[in-house]
Design a protein around this ligand. Structure first.
Ligand SMILES: [Zn+2]
Length: 704
């Protein structure tokens, strides 16, 4: 049986799916349009029907129909799978779900709870808009500056201060008491008796349940797709607790939901930034005044799960949390969680300055590990929005919108934030406090992988505590020697590793012909027992030939995943060479991503089998990957490393060769159409690809 992914891909044309959001114009064998992922005036976004792939030569994003849905809708793989399966009319249950019967039941239950939530939301909303009892609630919202447009847009509501007003309504609509309890909208009387302090004795006539939310302004919480999954309630008056959220339900997972994410989604992508505030009202007011990339974290602290929700949409996270003492702790916690949630990229850093000729000489002398040092960098930019002490975001917004807008556009970079937060309370004229400041900030400075930035911050610290930069630098070097070069928390993302790693390598003369030729004829040799017929490859390569190449790549991808599953330690040897975007297979790409997230964490539950982390639709691929290494000869440690590195290099190379083919094709098209500017641009990009291919070739050669 074909895998569910293959079945879906056979039914959904990437051209149609992309065509829903991008106006595509046919241009020879490809279709082109304006990239939906970056701003551009001339189209550099291409869809290749033959290989069912897409790529933007402006921002370098690319992939297949799954990647497109993930990126465009800002969802993760399982969500994209559900969406595409539904669209293709493919039942996921038929594919390896461990218990389809139960899955169907769970889905039916969730569907029912969604409808329940929707009905409750409408009822709360109507009460707020029309009921006499809600007058105080309306006055409160007005006093906080919430406009009636916002009340409507966010479907705000009011839960009157009765024991069972909502419950009676919903029971009348045909829901059962159990459903009300399951949906987190009511509690049973037994629960009430346990809470003796609540003093439930008066109105006994309402049946076996009573309302969960009473006397509260209601903020409906929706998922990314805009479906109501729970509620947040703010008390009217001085009661406790001030905020009450829905309990954990099959729809509502307390520590992962972000308020207003559905309304903020498009703005986050557009602004390339998410602003995280603490309160519901803060989020509503921020939207009302135009900062629509704002969400509120629900619950007391930002968790890794919160960040998981947004990391598909943007890599820039701006925290706008309380500036008081507790807020500082919360912010530092939030920063740590955010750093944990984002992927880490291994960035090769030249060991000797950026003097190219010196670097290549050293390289040729074959120094240990060449001239590249690997450092981990978080693939995100975390920063902090500074607010005046004692003011909530909504107050700042209403008092001074200009200051707020400026602050949002110019948040404090993480390192600068640490400079402020970690020296708060120190008297920097006192020698002891100076030493303390250095002790607290040097590790932060040491974590910056960009040398220029690192030096700048070292200077800043030197000035701040009036100590000679040189002696601080000595201290920093001592510290760096004492610690390993990984485990870094640097927030400076640097995705240009290919360019950087290429700078130190002596390259043969650069002219497109040479690169083209080598890209076309060498490259896709077999690996680890997987080989292919050369003559067949030659004949294929004369045509566009992407399809065949992708099939070969997937074999290697299976093999590499198999190697990694058997020896997770190999990851550190391949992660500097490839990343998940280099995988051609939808399933292997997702498995590599899951592998990264499982094995990168400190808390890796290694005793759990990898399969437990994998959606059932991908289990077949895991089995295939495990099988693919069983046929090979057993290897020792060094042999395994060599094998994995070779495999990764070949995958990277194959990826570059594909870009090469696509670009050549586009370049020809542009030349024929007489568009010399575009053709020149493609030729430049081809040069860059050839340079990268040669870098890999020379690295592969040196590794023997
Ligand atoms: Zn783009």
């Amino acid at each position: 049986m074909a895998s569910v992914i293959d079945t879906i891909k056979a039914k959904i044309d990437v051209v149609d799916e992309v065509g829903l959001v991008v106006a595509l114009r046919k241009s020879g064998k490809s279709l082109q349009g304006l990239c939906p992922f970056h701003n551009e005036r001339t189209p550099s976004f291409h869809v290749f029907p033959e290989s069912q792939t897409w790529r933007c030569f402006g921002c370098q994003e690319g992939g297949d129909v799954f990647t497109f849905v993930e990126k465009q809708q800002g969802v993760d793989f399982p969500e994209a799978l559900r969406y595409l399966a539904e669209k293709a009319g493919v039942s996921l249950e038929a594919y390896g779900s461990p218990d389809p019967e139960r899955e169907r039941e769970t889905n039916a239950l969730k569907e029912r709870l969604r409808k329940l939530n929707e009905d409750a939301m409408l009822w709360f909303h109507q009460v707020l808009l029309r009921s006499k009892e809600a007058a105080e609630a309306r006055a409160y919202l007005q006093s906080r500056g919430v406009s009636s447009e916002s009340v409507i847009a966010f479907s705000l509501g009011y839960a009157p201060d009765h024991w069972d007003a909502l419950s009676r309504y919903l029971l009348g609509q045909g829901y059962s008491e159990q459903e009300l309890v399951d949906g987190g909208l009511a509690r049973t009387r037994e629960m009430a008796r346990v809470e003796s302090s609540a003093g439930v004795s008066g109105e006994e006539q309402g049946g076996g349940v009573y309302d969960y939310f009473r006397g509260r302004i209601i903020f409906p919480i929706r998922d990314m797709r805009g479906r109501v999954i729970g509620f947040g309630g703010r008390i009217l008056g001085d009661g406790q607790p001030k905020y009450l959220n829905s309990p954990q339900t099959p729809l509502f997972e307390k520590n992962s939901v972000l308020y207003a994410l559905d309304m903020a989604r498009d703005a986050i992508k557009l602004a390339k930034q998410v602003v995280i505030v603490e309160g519901y009202v803060d989020a509503v007011i921020a939207h009302q005044y135009g900062t629509k990339q704002t969400v509120a974290c629900i619950g007391s602290a930002i968790t890794e799960k919160h960040i998981q929700q947004i990391k598909k949409l943007t890599k820039q996270v701006t925290l706008a949390l309380d500036p008081d003492a507790a807020g500082v702790a919360a912010t530092e916690h939030g920063i740590q969680e955010a750093l944990k949630a984002f992927d880490r990229t291994v960035v090769p850093v030249p060991v000797v300055g950026n003097n190219r000729s010196a670097a290549s000489k050293r390289y040729q002398r074959n120094e240990p590990r060449g001239m590249i040092r690997l450092e981990e960098a978080v693939d995100a930019e975390i920063n902090v929005l500074q607010l005046p002490a004692g003011e909530d975001p909504d107050e700042v917004i209403r008092r001074d919108i200009v200051a707020w807008t400026y602050a949002v556009a110019h948040p404090l970079p993480l390192i600068d934030y640490y400079f402020v937060a970690r020296t708060a309370g120190l008297n920097l004229r006192e020698p002891a406090d100076k030493a303390e400041a250095a002790k607290r900030l040097l590790p932060v400075i040491g974590s910056i992988s960009d040398r220029v930035k690192r030096d700048a911050y070292l200077r800043k610290l030197a000035t701040m505590i009036s100590i000679e930069e040189r002696s601080l630098n000595d201290e920093l070097q001592r510290m760096l020697r004492g610690q390993k070069s990984n485990g870094v928390i640097a927030a400076f993302s640097d995705r240009g590793w290919q360019q950087r790693s290429a700078t130190g390598v002596t390259l043969p003369g650069e002219h497109p012909g040479a690169g083209e030729e080598s890209a076309r004829t060498s490259g896709l040799e077999g690996v680890g027992g997987i080989s292919q017929a050369k003559d067949q490859r030659r004949s294929e390569s004369r045509t566009f030939g992407l399809d065949k190449r992708i099939k070969d790549r997937i074999k290697w991808e299976d093999y590499l995943i198999g190697l990694l599953l058997q020896n997770p330690g190999l990851w550190s040897h391949v992660c500097g060479i490839i990343n998940d975007g280099d995988f051609a297979g939808t399933d292997t790409r997702e498995l590599y991503r899951i592998f990264n997230s499982v094995y990168q964490r400190d808390s890796s539950p290694l005793f759990q089998s990898f399969e437990e982390f994998v959606p059932s639709a991908l289990l077949e691929t895991v089995a295939r990957a495990r099988e693919s290494i069983e046929s090979g000869t057993p290897l020792d440690g060094a042999g395994l490393i060599k094998e994995a590195v070779q495999c990764a290099n070949r995958l990277k190379r194959a990826c570059l060769v594909q870009s090469n083919t696509e670009l050549q094709y586009l370049e020809r098209g542009a030349t024929e159409a007489g568009n010399s500017a575009a053709a020149r641009q493609y030729r430049q990009q081809l040069l860059e690809i050839h340079r990268q291919i040669r870098t890999i070739d020379s690295a592969t050669h040196l590794q023997g």
